[in-house]
Design a protein around this ligand. Structure first.
Ligand code: DQA
Length: 143
Protein backbone atom coordinates (compact mmCIF):
# COMPACT_ATOMS: atom_id res chain seq x y z
CA UNK A 1 0.00 0.00 0.00
CA UNK A 2 1.11 3.53 -0.76
CA UNK A 3 0.53 6.77 1.15
CA UNK A 4 1.00 10.13 -0.58
CA UNK A 5 2.10 13.07 1.57
CA UNK A 6 1.42 16.24 -0.41
CA UNK A 7 2.53 19.71 0.68
CA UNK A 8 1.45 23.02 -0.79
CA UNK A 9 2.92 26.50 -1.21
CA UNK A 10 5.73 27.87 0.94
CA UNK A 11 6.23 24.60 2.79
CA UNK A 12 9.56 24.26 0.93
CA UNK A 13 10.69 27.06 3.28
CA UNK A 14 9.95 25.09 6.46
CA UNK A 15 12.64 25.63 9.07
CA UNK A 16 13.23 29.28 8.22
CA UNK A 17 9.66 30.41 7.49
CA UNK A 18 8.08 32.11 10.55
CA UNK A 19 9.70 29.54 12.90
CA UNK A 20 7.66 30.84 15.86
CA UNK A 21 4.59 29.50 14.02
CA UNK A 22 5.91 26.59 11.97
CA UNK A 23 8.95 25.47 14.01
CA UNK A 24 12.55 24.81 12.97
CA UNK A 25 11.93 21.47 11.29
CA UNK A 26 12.82 21.52 7.60
CA UNK A 27 10.89 19.88 4.77
CA UNK A 28 13.71 17.30 4.53
CA UNK A 29 13.29 16.52 8.27
CA UNK A 30 9.53 16.19 7.74
CA UNK A 31 10.07 13.82 4.81
CA UNK A 32 12.46 11.70 6.93
CA UNK A 33 9.88 11.51 9.74
CA UNK A 34 7.12 10.49 7.29
CA UNK A 35 9.42 7.89 5.69
CA UNK A 36 10.18 6.44 9.13
CA UNK A 37 6.45 6.24 10.02
CA UNK A 38 5.58 4.58 6.71
CA UNK A 39 8.42 2.08 7.03
CA UNK A 40 7.21 1.07 10.48
CA UNK A 41 3.76 0.39 8.99
CA UNK A 42 5.16 -1.36 5.91
CA UNK A 43 3.77 1.38 3.65
CA UNK A 44 5.34 2.94 0.55
CA UNK A 45 5.64 6.71 0.65
CA UNK A 46 5.30 9.31 -2.11
CA UNK A 47 6.34 12.68 -0.63
CA UNK A 48 5.92 15.88 -2.69
CA UNK A 49 5.84 19.65 -2.29
CA UNK A 50 4.68 22.19 -4.86
CA UNK A 51 3.98 25.90 -4.87
CA UNK A 52 1.46 25.51 -7.71
CA UNK A 53 -2.27 24.90 -7.28
CA UNK A 54 -2.70 23.00 -10.57
CA UNK A 55 0.26 20.79 -9.74
CA UNK A 56 -1.45 19.83 -6.46
CA UNK A 57 -4.53 18.87 -8.50
CA UNK A 58 -2.36 16.68 -10.74
CA UNK A 59 -0.61 15.07 -7.74
CA UNK A 60 -4.01 14.30 -6.17
CA UNK A 61 -5.20 12.71 -9.42
CA UNK A 62 -2.02 10.61 -9.47
CA UNK A 63 -2.82 9.36 -5.94
CA UNK A 64 -5.91 7.55 -7.28
CA UNK A 65 -6.02 4.00 -5.97
CA UNK A 66 -3.62 4.66 -3.08
CA UNK A 67 -4.37 3.88 0.56
CA UNK A 68 -4.70 7.59 1.24
CA UNK A 69 -3.28 11.07 1.14
CA UNK A 70 -1.92 13.26 3.92
CA UNK A 71 -2.58 16.73 2.53
CA UNK A 72 -1.26 20.05 3.79
CA UNK A 73 -2.54 22.32 1.02
CA UNK A 74 -1.22 25.36 2.98
CA UNK A 75 -2.87 28.61 1.86
CA UNK A 76 -4.79 26.82 -0.94
CA UNK A 77 -6.78 25.16 1.86
CA UNK A 78 -8.60 28.44 2.28
CA UNK A 79 -9.10 29.27 -1.40
CA UNK A 80 -9.12 26.25 -3.69
CA UNK A 81 -12.32 24.76 -5.07
CA UNK A 82 -10.17 22.94 -7.67
CA UNK A 83 -8.33 20.95 -4.98
CA UNK A 84 -11.58 20.02 -3.21
CA UNK A 85 -13.05 18.95 -6.57
CA UNK A 86 -10.00 16.76 -7.31
CA UNK A 87 -10.38 14.95 -3.98
CA UNK A 88 -14.05 14.26 -4.74
CA UNK A 89 -13.42 13.35 -8.37
CA UNK A 90 -10.79 10.74 -7.51
CA UNK A 91 -12.53 9.50 -4.36
CA UNK A 92 -9.43 9.90 -2.21
CA UNK A 93 -9.09 9.05 1.45
CA UNK A 94 -7.60 12.37 2.64
CA UNK A 95 -6.37 13.41 6.06
CA UNK A 96 -6.03 17.20 6.08
CA UNK A 97 -3.07 18.35 8.15
CA UNK A 98 -1.86 21.76 9.30
CA UNK A 99 1.25 22.35 11.35
CA UNK A 100 -0.24 25.35 13.14
CA UNK A 101 -3.57 25.62 14.93
CA UNK A 102 -5.37 27.51 12.17
CA UNK A 103 -8.32 28.21 14.53
CA UNK A 104 -6.06 30.20 16.86
CA UNK A 105 -4.97 32.42 13.95
CA UNK A 106 -6.54 34.94 11.56
CA UNK A 107 -10.23 34.41 10.71
CA UNK A 108 -9.42 33.79 7.01
CA UNK A 109 -7.67 30.58 8.10
CA UNK A 110 -10.78 29.25 9.85
CA UNK A 111 -12.49 28.18 6.64
CA UNK A 112 -11.26 25.16 4.69
CA UNK A 113 -12.52 23.95 1.31
CA UNK A 114 -10.76 20.64 2.05
CA UNK A 115 -12.39 19.72 5.39
CA UNK A 116 -15.82 18.81 3.95
CA UNK A 117 -14.21 16.28 1.59
CA UNK A 118 -11.59 14.99 4.05
CA UNK A 119 -11.91 11.90 6.18
CA UNK A 120 -10.37 13.77 9.10
CA UNK A 121 -8.49 16.90 10.06
CA UNK A 122 -5.44 17.37 12.30
CA UNK A 123 -4.07 20.80 13.14
CA UNK A 124 -1.82 22.49 15.68
CA UNK A 125 0.39 19.51 16.51
CA UNK A 126 3.35 20.42 14.28
CA UNK A 127 5.03 17.59 12.40
CA UNK A 128 3.50 15.04 14.82
CA UNK A 129 0.26 15.67 12.93
CA UNK A 130 1.73 14.00 9.85
CA UNK A 131 2.75 10.93 11.86
CA UNK A 132 -0.71 10.70 13.41
CA UNK A 133 -2.29 11.00 9.96
CA UNK A 134 -0.10 8.17 8.64
CA UNK A 135 -1.07 6.06 11.70
CA UNK A 136 -4.76 6.69 10.90
CA UNK A 137 -4.32 5.68 7.25
CA UNK A 138 -2.40 2.56 8.28
CA UNK A 139 -5.20 1.64 10.70
CA UNK A 140 -7.78 2.04 7.91
CA UNK A 141 -6.06 -0.69 5.87
CA UNK A 142 -7.99 -3.54 7.43
CA UNK A 143 -11.27 -1.76 8.05
C1 DQA B 1 -0.72 25.81 7.16
C2 DQA B 1 -1.75 26.84 7.61
C3 DQA B 1 -2.20 27.71 6.46
O1 DQA B 1 -3.16 28.68 6.91
C4 DQA B 1 -1.01 28.48 5.89
O2 DQA B 1 -1.40 29.22 4.75
C5 DQA B 1 0.14 27.59 5.57
C6 DQA B 1 0.46 26.46 6.44
C7 DQA B 1 -0.13 25.00 8.33
O3 DQA B 1 0.46 23.97 8.08
O4 DQA B 1 -0.24 25.42 9.50
O5 DQA B 1 0.89 27.85 4.61
O6 DQA B 1 -1.35 24.89 6.27
Amino acid sequence: DTVHVLNGPNLNLLGTREPEIYGRTTLADLEAACRDSCERHGLNLVFRQTNHEGELVTLLQQARGSLGVVLNAAAYTHTSIAIADAIKAVGLNVVEVHLSNVFAREPFRHHSYISPVARGVICGLGIDGYRLAIDALAASRNS
